[in-house]
Write a protein that binds this ligand. Structure first.
Ligand SMILES: [Cu+2]
Length: 148
């Protein structure tokens, strides 16, 4: 259902560049996002979000993230006990990328409002080749843990 919306967004954002870049057929990368959640933030200063991105197509990489919750959204890796910002995250053909507590995650800084449990946060993942993918991220309890 999202495909038409995502396509429209891709056209608006990139004026068709992404589409022509993988014009060799219809089998560009196809992404599926599962298990998205955001633990209810404790303050309005920052929030994190977690999910799994499955790539059903060719190799690609996430090159940017935007959200209606904050202007400043970045991708972080956890290295030791520190967080490191990264500008892109590759996903191999047929592979998956997990955003999880203590690992790779999305970080939102300077929130426009403080989300409450039950809210849904709009997040858009932008790829080097594929059209953008919109994700509705539900806000869960502070200590929510996904089932493995
Ligand atoms: Cu972080």
């Amino acid at each position: 259902m999202n495909r038409r919306t995502a396509l429209a967004a891709a056209l608006a954002l990139t004026a068709g560049l992404a589409l022509s870049a993988c014009g060799a057929g219809d089998e560009g990368p196809h992404f599926q996002v599962d298990g998205a959640y955001m633990p209810q933030p404790v303050t309005q200063d920052m929030a994190g979000a977690f999910f799994t991105v499955k790539n059903n197509g060719a190799a690609d990489k996430i090159v940017g993230v935007t959200s209606d919750l904050a202007k400043d959204v970045s991708m972080h890796k956890t290295v030791g006990n520190k967080m490191e910002q990264v500008t892109s995250l590759p996903i191999s053909a047929g592979g998956e990328l997990r955003f999880e507590r203590g690992g790779t995650h999305l970080m939102f800084m300077g929130l426009k409002y403080k989300p409450a449990k039950g809210d849904s946060i709009g997040v858009t993942l932008r790829f080097a080749h594929a059209e953008p993918v919109k994700v509705a991220v539900p806000v869960r309890a502070v200590n929510y843990q996904p089932k493995k």
